[in-house]
Ligand binder design. Structure first.
Ligand code: NDP
Length: 282
């Protein structure tokens, strides 16, 4: 079994982005700039934003933060997004989710100018992806595809099964695989006999949010398995640890290649955000 080292792949992508940013600067162009909009005090969101801003700095990408109180109205948030859309120094805009309940996240995301949509979450970006047209790809599935390119190879004709149909992961992942001519099945909570559906897969992507859902007998021997899940569980000794949607130890015995959690898909997500921001500036 090949262990898919997402940490190393992400480090390589970040180094590539950094070198391209340095080349831009050497050619007299300005650094790409990412604007991050953060509303409220959700501690996890603050950590995510801090990590993204730090990763930008390490790659030579400028970033600006627009922070709003948790009491901000949807109109307040939309005004910030509109101002960033119009700001020519800003290449990419990211609205950190979740938003407080008084703000409709779908309306706020849809307000981002498509050519600055580095998270790839606007309906325009989703439509471009569905049409197989160029556009921004959501960072997590973009990272999964890069790992598949490196560790699986040609996807044309492969049986691909994606478990999960969220706008953030499952749907764009399925579209990406279809655009690469895989034969794609999208499974979800209403799918009948999920283990049997999963067993068809040469490429199995689990994006569910259920610790250890994918068991050994769900996996075709030799399949490439991408575990997107990030689940915090409490172990018997009372300590917390992160696990994926795949029962790693069992599946490692049958899979041809497998991502660990942590250290698989997770690190690729931020690397792809930097890659998208660089592309937005080009
Ligand atoms: P959502 O909760 O939005 O979607 C989960 C999907 O899984 C839904 O389509 C749901 O089906 C399906 N599902 C739930 N339970 C089952 C089940 N028992 N059998 C089959 N399908 C099921 O989650 P996300 O897509 O946002 O995230 C999925 C996981 O990926 C989470 O663990 C999240 O933390 C992780 N994640 C990791 C990232 C990373 O950087 N590595 C980034 C983003 C997410 P239905 O539509 O029918 O309800």
């Amino acid at each position: 079994m090949k262990l898919i080292d997402g940490k190393a792949a992400a480090a390589a992508l970040r180094a590539e982005v950094k070198a391209k940013v340095a080349a831009r600067l050497a050619a007299g162009q300005r650094a790409p700039c990412l604007a991050v909009v953060l509303v409220g005090d959700d501690p996890a969101s603050h950590v995510y934003v801090r990590n993204k801003v730090k990763a930008c700095a390490e790659a030579g990408i400028a970033s600006i933060e627009r922070r709003l109180q948790g009491t901000a109205t949807e109109a307040d948030v939309l005004a910030v997004v509109h101002a960033l859309n119009a700001d020519r120094r800003v290449d990419g805009i990211l609205v950190q989710l979740p938003l407080p309940p008084q703000c409709d996240a779908a309306r706020v995301i849809a307000a981002i100018a498509p050519d600055k949509d580095v998270d790839g979450l606007t309906p325009v970006s989703a439509g471009r992806l569905a049409h197989g047209a160029p556009g921004f790809i959501p960072c997590t599935p973009a990272g999964c595809l890069k790992l598949l390119d490196s560790f699986h190879g040609d996807l044309a004709g492969a049986e691909a099964v994606v478990i999960g149909r969220s706008v953030l992961v499952g749907r764009p992942m399925a579209a990406l695989l279809l655009n690469r001519s895989a034969t794609v099945t999208v499974a979800h909570s209403k799918t009948r006999d999920l283990p049997q559906v999963a067993r068809r897969a040469d490429v199995l992507v689990a994006a569910v949010g259920q610790p250890g859902l994918v068991r050994r007998d769900w996996v075709k021997p030799g399949a490439t398995v991408i575990d997107v899940g990030i689940n915090r569980v409490t172990t018997l000794d009372g300590s917390a640890r992160l696990v994926g949607d795949v029962a790693f130890d069992e599946v490692a015995e049958v899979a041809g290649a497998l991502t660990p959690v942590p250290g698989g898909v997770g690190p690729m997500t931020i690397a792809c955000l930097l890659d998208n921001t660089l592309a937005a500036a080009a």
